[in-house]
Design a binder for this molecule. Sequence first.
Ligand code: ZN
Length: 734
Amino acid sequence: MLGIQVFNYPDKYVFFKEECVEFFNDWLTKELEIDPTEITYVEDVWAGGGNLGPSVEAFVGGLEIGNMVFMQYKTFHDGSYEELDIKVIDVGIGLERIPWAVNGSATSYEDTFRHVLKYLRGKLDVVVDEKIWEKFGPYSCLLDVDEAENIDKTWEFIAEKVGVTVQELKKAILMAKDLYIVADHTRTAMMIIQDGSLPSNNGGGSNLRNVIRRVFAIMKNNGWWDKLGLKGFLEIFEHHKLDLEEIYGKFKPYPSFEKIIEVEFERWSTTDQDQKAKLDRQLKKSKQLTINDWIVAVTSYGIPADTVAKLSGQPIPNNLYYEIAQQQERITKPAEVILYNTAHLKETDLIFYDQAHSSDVSFEAKVLDVFANLTQNNVRNIVILDRSVFYPTSGGQQNDVGTLKIDGEEYSVVNVEKVGKVVLHILDRPLPNPDNAHYIGQTVSGHIDEERRRQLRNHHTGTHIVFAACRAVLGPHVWQNGAKKTIEQAHLDITHYDSLTKQQEIEIENKANRIILESRQIKKFYMDKAQAELEYGFRLYQGGVVPGNQLRVVHIEDTDVEACCGTHCDNTSEVGWIKILRTTKIQDGIVRLYYVAGERTIQRLNTEKEILNNLQKLWSIPQDLIVETADKFFKESKKYSNECARQEQKILNLQVKYVLDNPEVKSAYVISDHDEATIYFSFLNNHAQSLKDANKGIIFVGEKYLYGLFGNKSALDLEGVNDIYPYFLLTTVI
Ligand SMILES: [Zn+2]
């Protein structure tokens, strides 16, 4: 779609309806050389978003080429309207319709996917009967499933108009339709993936997965995998690039692209059976799938809607995608409740952002206000200052702690939050004077815990470095999905199509530590948002889109550039050392990396070393034999525990045998030394029939349980139990 917007300000008129239609007409007739008698304009009224105005649609030979919307009036609830100060034109033009109209091809696909269709036709032997398509084209809109009352009758009607049988028509149309779907969907998938999305079971990623899987299924139904193979399939994308090159220029290499498609193909081929089993279970429960069953099948099981339709023999509900979108909206996190009104207060000057004060840990400031704490019975322990070095919790980074000296008295600052543009310092105890005026305007001094700040700064800067390392090792599809930096450790969530292998973890850690060793400069500066986007692109927004016209840009030399408001080192070397602790796939398409940086890394390594030293001492062996020894111990312990279980079974069998073989014994009570009765559950079942046949019983009495089996009711002689375990009878059996 091509878009053109024109904004007419009261003091700066550009152009409006008359000129716009004239320009459009000039473009069609002079630039595209379309015969004017083929062009039709339809004027209508357009209304939306509280605006109203005329709209003009342009058609060439019955094909809508574009639509011009003129926002001229503001509308009110009572139906009245008034002229807008700023009048806006919004023109939309179907990009792919232009060559279609100019060339007069049978379908727009033929013009849009020239290279792709040529390639696919050559490989798949699909012949498009252009003559049938030309006649079919004008009637094709009748096959809209939402509007056609009887699809079969509609096919018959069209076949008659085209002058062929229904079978001939379907043969000519349906195979080509599948070919066009493959061309269209693969291009969609290619663009979405190169824009940074990955197939997954939720959000936008699920749309991508549905699109790709629909293509896979169509390929399978037509037997096209045999002709093309995965390698041939991947080649389609190279032909898309040729088709798009004239508009986009050369495509930049995207190293992980093929791997993403390969993994998705692998999952689609192997999870197919599993998904079918899940759907079968669902169908057994309810023969007719409800809309909720459909949503679960598509979003949770990840089965494409057309596969569900095929397996269940039920049509895709018309409202399915609408309901899925509604559900996604419902699970979107509600906005956090803001407890304090800070609108009347001056923005807190965050002095740690100032290069000259970025390493300050002490400061003086004036008190602007004191708040009662709404979450702590209204005790007055919240202080607002005109300036502060305290970092409030934000961007996944924990807050600073420290002290504030007020009236000569030292208070601990236990929490720091930001509400609006104001920082709230929460003290460990309330201020004693009930009169706020006593504090407002007073100069106080503050000090932050320097060690904690350093650790948080290292974890935060380390997060930028780990992210850059992930992108370098795994590929450009990696985006930040979330992060948390505490003093103990940090974690980063990235988009990735698979779990990380141990080898990849090592590579990422090595890359991160190389960035640290290379002492790269970290610059922090404010920049105009539009300028920053132009220069660095959307990779700026790894931590989410930032509101306002100014961005605080954090630029690590040759490594990473992000809009970020955390606390950062001035050079990567200050981070010291990064150690990846573990990684885990937290959801489909998202991997979490846990790591430590700076002093925490040393502590972590020291702890591990201590464990090794202790093992060495305990087992009296050199360090290089620890793994071997542990493996030996583990195997032996497993062997002995298996042996124990076997002996246990033997003893139990003998006990049952004693009861069964001894004519004087009707039932037996065995005091058990097991903590739980679990061992008897499966064991006793094996003897149930023989105990029943012999009319006998056996009961095991543990400290916390009584578990047994009796051939008949009379065998349950509770008096017997009472003799050996009176306490038990009193508390549990009665
Ligand atoms: Zn940052």
